[in-house]
Design a protein around this ligand. Sequence first.
Ligand SMILES: [Zn+2]
Length: 136
Amino acid sequence: MAILTCMDARIRVFEIFGLIQGESHILRNAGGVVTDDMIRSLALSQRKLGTREVLIVQHTDCGLSMVTEDDFKDELEAASGLRPTWSVEAFRVVEDSVRRSVQRVRRSDFLPHTDNVRGFVYDVKLGRLTEVTDAR
Ligand SMILES: [Zn+2]
């Protein structure tokens, strides 16, 4: 199994899923969003290291829900003189972001196993995981 989640320190992945070390691949970035680089890691995970399932876990109170695409790019451009070519992947509604990421995995031509992909929202206040059911 491969678990994609946010880098947020409040998400204690091993504890939440009751995992033991060596059981799963854990892929983290800002938001737990499926980007090209996540697809790169998943392609290796599935094709060379044998994982077949993907869990995507995003969360409430995420930093990506506190910025907008343009505002954050403006800020970076003002500070550096360069506007990033990558997407910030900001979102307003975390469930929508989970659905987008699930679709990106399901539609990827690089991944052999796209049938078993599930999306979740982790509530950081309640410590509760809720499946985003209409992510199919
Ligand atoms: Zn986050």
